[in-house]
Design a protein. Structure first.
Length: 110
């Protein structure tokens, strides 16, 4: 019993750090999203902007997008899709992962 109690602060610290890193990633993802995605995907990720409507952008809450794995979403970011440009070589792996975190946050808010 004593051993479990002494490990509790470590578990709490690791959990807090992971939550903090996820929040940081979402904030950094929002910055990238605003610069690169907002024009077409809109503030909510619904693709309800004039360019988004013109290009038939899939809302992030559509079944098609919700069923995509993170790897599939990364593939879309890297290779583009339809009229969406490819970002391979233009954004870092960290920026890509942060964008995915932010997209998931938008999906939760919808």
């Amino acid at each position: 019993m004593r051993r479990k109690i002494s490990q509790l602060p470590i578990v709490i610290a690791i959990f807090s750090l992971s939550v903090s890193l996820a929040c940081y990633g979402q904030a950094a993802g929002q910055t990238s999203y605003t610069a690169k995605c907002l024009m077409c995907h809109g503030t909510t990720g619904l693709g309800d902007t004039p360019p988004g409507k013109m290009m038939n952008v899939q809302p992030f809450n559509s079944t098609q997008v919700l069923n995509m794995s993170d790897q599939a979403l990364i593939g879309v970011l890297m290779n583009g899709s339809g009229k969406m440009p490819a970002y391979r070589g233009k954004i870092s792996d960290t920026e890509t992962n942060n964008l995915i975190l932010f997209i998931h946050q938008l999906q939760k808010n919808q």
